[in-house]
Every structure is written in C-alpha cells, then in structure tokens.
Ligand binder design. Structure first.
Ligand SMILES: *Cc1c(COP(=O)(O)O)cnc(C)c1O
Length: 379
C-alpha cells in the first residue's frame, strides 16, 4: 500500500507507541512543582497568585498590554464578543470552516453567525470574500455597519487561525476598518504563531486562546483573552467574576456576569506549560520540516505556513487529491493504529446553524473534501 512508507516514518517519530494519537500533551517542566505549591497554599480556586502570573505571561508573549484568564477558550470567545458589544439580534462574520466553539460563542450572545468563505492558502477567513459580502450587503451608518438585507447590525468579525496558520490579517483588518467592524481573533489554535513578526491574537481589538488538552499548551482546561485596551481587560475581568462591584465584604452585582475565571490550579499548570511554549514550537517546526521532506517524494501536499507568517504547526496537515483519496487515507492510517482526522464538517451543515447565511463556500468545500490532520505531538 502506498501509504505504508508514511506510517513507517511516523512510527520512527514516536518509537515504542503501539497507538499513535493525533496530539498528546507533554509535561516536562515545572508542572508538578507549581501544582504542589498551589495545593500547599490552599488557593486552588479562582483566586491565587498563578492566575495573575498566567495573565502577565500571556500579555508578555502575545505582546499586548493585558490578558484575562478564563475557564476555557469558548468562554473567552463568548465574553470577548460581549465586550465588543455583540448582543441579541446582531450578526457576526466568521468562517464555516472552524471548530464548533467559534460559532457557538456567537449564538451564546444572542447573535447570528454569518459564514464567509476561507482562503485556500491560510484555510482561514478570506478578506476578499468578506469584502465582497460587505460590498453586496453592507451599509455603513453612524451607529455602525448594518446588513441591508436583514436590517441587522454586523457587530463583529471573528477570523480563526486554522491549525495555527494565521489568516491574511493586514488585508482583513483593512476591510473591517473600512466597514467599522471590530475584530476578535479566534487564536485558540495559534498560540506561538506569528504574522509579519507579531503574535497571532494581538491584531484584533481582542484575541482569544484555548488551553484545552489537545492544544499546543494545555492546563487541563483554560482560556485567555488578550487586548491592548486596558479598559476592555478590566471589564472582561469583571464580567468573568460575576460582575461584582469591588467591596471588601458586600455582595452587589451590577449586571449579568459569569463564573468564567480560571482556577488557580489550572493557572499553575498553564504557567509551567507556557515556560515551554518556545521549545514546543521549535520542536513542532522541526517535525513539520521532516514531514515536508517526506511528503515531497509521495506526491501528497503537506501544508506549510503562508508567506509572511511563522506558524506554530499545532496540527500537521496534508491535502489529499479528492474526497475518495481522503477517505482511503483516513481508513488506512486509523486501521493501522495511527490516528488521522478529517477537518471539521462545515458549520452550516450542523442543525443549529443550518439556517444561518453562508456565501458560496467554494474554498471551504474544497478543503473539507481534502484536508487531514496527522500525528503532531511534540516528541
Ligand atoms: C479549541 C478551540 C476553541 C475553544 O476551546 P475550549 O475547548 O473551549 O478551550 C475555540 N475555537 C477553536 C477554533 C478551537 O480550536
């Protein structure tokens, strides 16, 4: 079978493992030490020194002025949208080629996702497609951008950096600025990725990250928002802690808040993992080079970072020639205990988003038929 050589290679990357998963966490730093500190301190919940330290580490490495820790990436997106003023009856532009959390976070705010196509090179939201949509449907009023057809406000745009490959940010930010639409980056998969030398997640008004078990860096479950606007961070911290007015002992809540703060236990793990981010990215980039060299001789297209970007190579990605080849590939590898996985079903195919607007989705459909992720763990 033509794929046997690839399986043999992957087995040399992960020797001694019968089953090779898509992505496993690695704990080889201060994880146990910081967790023990946390337990000894008794501050295991949403108050504690590691939460603050984690927020400082996140703002430093994302080169932003502030970060807010959250319980997971989905809640970071949900609160981030609310911070931008997204509410009931609004529309939010995003891509259909994404993990379900991106679209869920929009609906949690009472808004409707508007699914616009992706670019073939980045697999992320296409500035050209967004511009075409806005030329046709957009109307710029004093209060912001409106959809002429639905009468609804287009309150935000949320691109997602698929598998750590940054979208065309300069072009997208230009389009969104023209139409006065604030941008929040779903950078859940792109921690450590760069666009023209600057961290992914630092370009929009807000950027959201995830520390779920399968991400490049994990703390069990966790998320973060980053921003260059201190008042947004302050309000984010307030909304994620039940919107409680500051007082030494009284309980008074000004508005509907959430219990979305990251516990100190998770923050301790996150700090230890973030200390290793640069080495994880370096190792993944070496793994990507090895894969690239191998796939060159097989005729399978190994996806590499778009020009002007430096990807974290969170999940390694190949593009098969058609859906039939993709299905063959998926079957063969999984049958041989090497986990490989197709890209997500496009969001408008899911029952809860079936009635949402979607443009032609030409590129998203093309990629949906061909893209597969292959084992990507740091060794
Ligand atoms: C992982 C992920 C999230 C959110 O993740 P959580 O599991 O809630 O931490 C959001 N968007 C994308 C694209 C993701 O991959």
């Amino acid at each position: 079978m033509k794929y046997q050589g690839t399986i043999d290679l992957i087995r040399t990357f992960y020797p001694g493992q019968d089953f090779i998963p898509l992505h496993e966490p690695r704990f080889r730093g201060n994880e146990k030490k910081y967790l023990a500190d946390t337990i000894d301190s008794t501050y295991v919940s949403s108050v504690g020194a590691y939460v603050g330290q984690f927020e400082r580490m996140m703002s430093d490495l994302s080169e932003t002025s502030a970060a807010v820790a959250t319980v997971n990436g989905t809640s970071a997106l949900q609160v981030g949208l609310r911070l931008l003023g997204v509410g009931a009856g609004d529309e939010v532009i995003t891509q259909a080629l994404t993990f379900v959390a991106t679209a869920n976070a929009i609906v949690y705010n009472g808004a409707a996702p508007v699914f616009i196509d992706v670019d073939l090179d980045t697999m992320g939201l296409s500035p050209v497609a967004v511009s075409e949509f806005l030329e046709e449907f957009g109307e710029l009023r004093a209060e912001g951008c409106y959809n002429k057809k639905t009468g609804k406000r287009i309150a935000a745009c949320m691109p997602m950096h698929t598998f750590g490959f940054p979208v065309h940010l300069d072009e997208l930010l230009r389009v969104c600025e023209t139409w006065a639409i604030p941008v929040i980056e779903d950078a859940a998969e792109a921690l450590g990725s760069k666009y023209k030398g600057k961290p992914a997640g630092s370009f929009g008004k807000l950027g959201a990250f995830s520390f779920n078990g399968n991400k490049i860096v994990t703390c069990g479950g966790g998320g973060a928002l980053v921003t260059n606007e201190p008042q947004l961070a302050e309000r984010g911290r307030y909304l994620t802690t039940t919107a409680k007015r500051q007082h030494p002992y009284e309980f008074y809540h000004d508005e509907l808040g959430y219990n979305f703060r990251m516990p100190n236990l998770n923050a301790a793990l996150a700090c230890a993992q973030l200390e290793q981010l640069q080495s994880f990215v370096a190792e993944k980039r070496l793994l990507a080079e090895a894969y690239q060299a191998h796939f060159k001789s097989t005729g399978i297209n190994f996806r590499t970072e778009p020009e002007g970007t430096r990807a974290n190579y969170w999940l390694m990605t190949v593009e098969l020639d058609n859906r039939q080849d993709r299905d063959l590939f998926l079957h063969y590898f999984n049958a041989h205990q090497v986990m490989v996985r197709p890209i997500w079903a496009l969001m408008f195919r899911l029952p809860m988003f079936a009635k949402c607007y979607a443009d032609s989705q030409k590129n998203a459909r093309y990629l949906e038929d061909r893209i597969v992720n292959i084992p990507s763990s740091v060794r």
